[in-house]
Design a binder for this molecule. Structure first.
Ligand SMILES: Cc1cc2nc3c(=O)[nH]c(=O)nc-3n(C[C@H](O)[C@H](O)[C@H](O)COP(=O)(O)OP(=O)(O)OC[C@H]3O[C@@H](n4cnc5c(N)ncnc54)[C@H](O)[C@@H]3O)c2cc1C
Length: 457
């Protein structure tokens, strides 16, 4: 691995941040007392899209974005880049918890979200390396295939016509030399992007619309005051009429309002990227359609091609922490497991090396459903619970949050995840930790059962 890549990892950078090259962050918020119409805490997809949409609708507003690190540091700059329609964990869990009508509405929202991202990139000519490639969801074993067929039936029932196709092994083999894949659901209306380029392009759009963005400016206190909210950083204080908490997996670490601290907890997911493939290797592999791929395990693996001719693979096991720490950036055991899965999946690429590895936190709430809510008098809006599927979701959420902040009654602002009754995280550190451990254990058991004796990596 080149020294510069090692350096990037040491700084907890993702491959995408590394590939981006030199980046000059905006200056942090200078010492002083300020007033703003709206302060947005967190500069990822959610915060930046909300900022831009607010400014487009209401250019006279004074909107400030405060980002604790540099733009691209959060999940938005380190994800797989799948612009996809999966809502929450699985359609099966959504339907079980929320019923068919709400699952249909969620599916419609997600299809709209993918289109929102696609149109934004096209209309604004964003340099996000976007490819509208389509996606496969694949099964490796008979049990997984049986479940995949049920998922296909469910998805075709809740989504608009022609959203999905089912590929048997014969069709799969025509398109990809991955003999372990038994069958796939193909979803054409999805795509892949470079998340770091994209989130920094969103920063530019938000600034062009008139937003003031401050990087390396952590918020250290949030308190209600007469006619507004006081937001403190290390050197400054702002009085804001409205506040948007767009801190996703960090939300439980925010100081101030108690409610935000029990909405979600982080789960860590890890990725690795291969060295570039040769022309000959691509030819042997097929993959000409460049579709992204997820398997249908409980602990999914996700794979895709990069524009520079590599393959990234992520997922498998996850990391979780005791208490409020946010430090699980590295997990060599999971990285090695990802390498093993890659080699098992692509026997023709067994010899490939891996150039970069990283991790990142996704926001998981206890009923596995995204949530947008209010604190107190509706002047503080929060959003979290992407469950690892937030590239499209959080950007349309940004538009939705703009509607809420501006008091616009719209189809988006009436989406049922707004102000829903989320199951709070149990109090303290021990109960949430044991709860996550128990759920992880059960889901691992399902994977073991469905793959027993069939998969030998
Ligand atoms: C490894 C990985 C792979 C993923 N792959 C996919 C995928 O392929 N497809 C998909 O749909 N989703 C994927 N996701 C999920 C997706 O990336 C997220 O849902 C989405 O980026 C969340 O955006 P966000 O703006 O809400 O949060 P983030 O991008 O996490 O932004 C939150 C920001 O808040 C800042 N912050 C935190 N605390 C403070 C504070 N006190 N003061 C100021 N700022 C603060 C953080 O620094 C951070 O930048 C993946 C996530 C990870 C980690």
């Amino acid at each position: 691995m080149p020294d510069s890549t090692l350096e990037a990892m040491a700084k907890n950078h993702s491959f995408w941040q590394h590939q981006y090259g030199p980046y000059t962050a905006n200056k942090s918020l200078p010492t002083g007392h300020y007033q703003a119409d709206i302060v947005i805490v967190g500069g990822g997809f959610t915060g930046l899209t909300a900022a831009r949409e607010i400014m487009r609708d209401s250019p006279d507003k004074h909107v400030m974005v405060l980002e604790a690190n540099e733009i691209g540091f959060g999940a938005s700059g380190r994800n797989g880049g799948f612009n996809m329609t999966l809502f929450g964990m699985e359609p099966e869990t959504t339907i079980m918890r929320w019923g068919k009508q709400k699952t249909k509405e969620a599916q419609r929202y997600m299809q709209q979200a993918v289109a929102y991202v696609n149109n934004l990139i096209e209309n604004e000519k964003l340099d996000s390396d976007y490819e509208h490639t389509g996606m496969w969801r694949v099964a490796y074993t008979n049990s997984q295939e049986k479940r995949l067929k049920k998922t296909y039936a469910l998805l075709t029932d809740i989504a608009k016509p022609n959203s999905y196709e089912f590929y048997d092994q014969h069709m799969v083999r025509k398109k990809l030399n991955a003999p372990q894949i038994k069958s796939a659901i193909y979803e054409p209306e999805t795509g892949i992007l470079d998340p770091c380029k994209h989130v920094r392009a969103l920063k530019q759009l938000a600034e062009d619309a008139g937003t003031n963005i401050y990087e390396n400016t952590p918020v250290i206190d949030i308190r209600k005051s007469i006619n507004g909210t006081i937001i403190k950083t290390h050197h400054a204080q702002i009085k804001a009429k409205k506040v948007i908490l767009a801190t996703n997996a960090w939300s439980h670490t925010l100081p101030g309002p108690k409610k935000i601290q029990n909405r979600q907890r982080p789960a860590w997911t890890y990725q690795i990227v291969s060295e570039p493939l040769t022309k000959e290797e691509w030819k042997t592999l097929g993959w000409q359609d460049r579709m992204s791929i997820e398997d249908n395990r409980q602990f999914v693996h996700y794979l895709r091609i990069t524009t520079c001719g590599r393959i990234t693979i992520g997922g498998g096991d996850i990391g979780y922490e005791y208490g409020k720490d946010m430090n699980k950036w590295h997990d060599p055991k999971i990285w090695r497991a990802l390498e093993a899965h890659f080699r098992w999946l692509f026997p023709t690429l067994k010899h490939k090396k891996f150039d970069c590895q990283w991790g990142g936190a996704v926001s998981v709430n206890f009923d596995m459903t995204p949530e947008i809510g209010f604190i107190g008098d509706e002047n503080i809006i929060y959003s979290n619970g992407c469950i690892g599927h937030g590239v499209s979701l959080t950007q349309l959420n940004g538009r939705l949050i703009a509607d809420l902040a501006l008091g616009i009654d719209s189809e988006l602002s009436r989406f049922w995840i707004v102000n829903r009754n989320a199951v709070p995280v149990p109090p303290g550190n021990l109960l949430p930790y044991l709860g996550v451990k128990a759920v992880v254990g059960v889901l691992k058991g399902v994977d073991w059962y469905e793959e027993r004796g069939k998969i030998d990596r």
